[in-house]
Design a protein around this ligand. Structure first.
Ligand SMILES: C[S@@+](CC[C@H](N)C(=O)[O-])C[C@H]1O[C@@H](n2cnc3c(N)ncnc32)[C@H](O)[C@@H]1O
Length: 283
């Protein structure tokens, strides 16, 4: 194989560097990159090379191999894709409300398992506030992501007006505070709503998530697409003991878990419930 080096680039970036990066990312967080992502990898990591004052990718990778923790975090944060939005795939939220609405006389636990910058978890919190008719419903939401920089943004709960422009005015008024002065053009989620959510770093690839179940519903949307089937299967298997017997798993619009029918069965609209076999293991 040729170890091609593109001319005219700021940093030397060989096929071998790209392959090594793919393997490191896969081993750490399960993300499988295909060759079409080569340019994206170059441009996202070029910033890290500058920050570390190294001038070849191989020097940067040597630095990572020393297990420098701070740089590992920055490496992973640079390569995750964090696209999200408030009430993305909106059909899921009424299903969540209907499901939780059947629960009587006990607190509810939800998990947003790849929360990115927080919009999904806050959409779940708004759904719960609307269901119970209060900003303090008996609901706890765990929101997690592997990327520490998106979690930091999520905890701040500050968004641009453009990010909430599709929301009805009544929702905006009830659940957000409009910024003024130097915060003009921004909104902040009301603190009561924030209190419902705990943001934590969790790598879905880790053996032990230290999460206490039982959980009523897991949102794991638009993250499994980055994993191969064996990795998806491992994660789905670990969801089973955490979910309540009647719990729901919400997947992204292009995700399908047909290959995990021993654990989950499709209820419709990319919402899954535990399979008969998983039920058996809970009884
Ligand atoms: C495209 S966003 C999806 C956000 C949100 N769930 C949604 O559907 O709008 C994918 C998120 O998965 C996170 N992610 C990738 N690999 C992960 C892993 N191994 N463990 C936890 N989160 C991961 C990324 O950091 C990113 O924020």
């Amino acid at each position: 194989m040729t170890d091609s080096i593109e001319k005219g680039r700021e940093f030397q970036f060989t096929d071998r560097d790209f392959e090594k990066i793919c393997k490191m990312l896969y081993d750490q967080v399960g993300i499988s990159l295909n060759p079409s992502k080569r340019e994206m990898v170059y441009s996202r990591l070029a910033r890290r090379l500058r920050a570390n004052s190294v001038n070849t990718f191989s020097a940067y990778l040597a630095l990572l191999e020393k297990k420098d923790h701070a740089e590992w975090e920055a490496f992973i944060n640079s390569l995750t894709t964090n696209l999200t939005a408030f009430f993305r795939e909106p059909h899921h939220f009424p299903i969540l409300a209907e499901h939780v609405g059947k629960i009587k006389g006990r607190p509810v636990t939800l998990w947003c398992a790849a929360s990115s910058t927080g919009e999904e978890a806050y959409s779940m919190a708004i759904t719960m506030a609307e269901l119970y008719g209060t900003l303090n419903p008996p609901v706890k939401i765990l929101a997690s992501d592997v990327d520490t920089s998106v979690l930091e943004k999520a905890r701040k709960a500050v968004y641009s007006l453009a990010q909430v422009e599709k929301m009805p005015e009544s929702r905006l008024k009830k659940y957000f505070i409009k910024g003024t002065g130097s915060n003009e053009g921004m909104v902040r989620v009301k603190p009561e709503l924030c209190d419902m959510i705990t943001f934590r770093q969790i790598n879905l690839l880790d053996d032990n998530w230290s999460i206490r179940g039982p959980i009523d519903a897991i949102f794991c949307r638009n993250v499994m697409i980055y994993f191969d089937k064996p990795t998806q299967l491992q994660i789905l298997q670990k969801f089973v003991p955490l979910l309540r017997a009647d719990g729901l798993l919400f997947a992204g619009h292009s995700e399908s878990f047909h290959h995990a029918s021993q654990y989950f069965r499709l209820r419709g609209k990319t919402v899954y419930e535990l399979s008969r076999a998983s039920h058996g293991s809970k009884l």
